[in-house]
Design a protein around this ligand. Structure first.
Ligand SMILES: [Zn+2]
Ligand SMILES: [Zn+2]
Length: 82
């Protein structure tokens, strides 16, 4: 069981308050039987928050998502692997 360090990047403008304080956080949890890629966009100014997790042990939606690409800003997670 391995929990990777968090990968946090600035994510542009908040859709709720217009602040630039939005961060995009990527986490990956992985063990031999399952993998969870989780994404969070969060605004430090107004508390706006969106989260999405992709679990390898649940049936994927159709079409299947690309789990290591952020569903909102489109960046690719991966610095967590270093
Ligand atoms: Zn905001
Ligand atoms: Zn993002």
């Amino acid at each position: 069981m391995t929990t990777m360090p968090r990968d946090v990047q600035p994510a542009g403008t908040c859709p709720k308050c217009g602040s630039m304080a939005v961060t995009c956080t990527y986490n990956r949890f992985e063990n031999p039987t399952k993998r969870i890629d989780s994404w969070e966009h969060r605004c430090a100014d107004c508390g706006y928050r969106e989260t999405q997790a992709f679990r390898s042990d649940e049936p994927p939606p159709d079409p299947p998502p690309v789990a290591d690409v952020c569903p909102w800003c489109g960046r690719r997670g991966g610095k967590v692997l270093s």
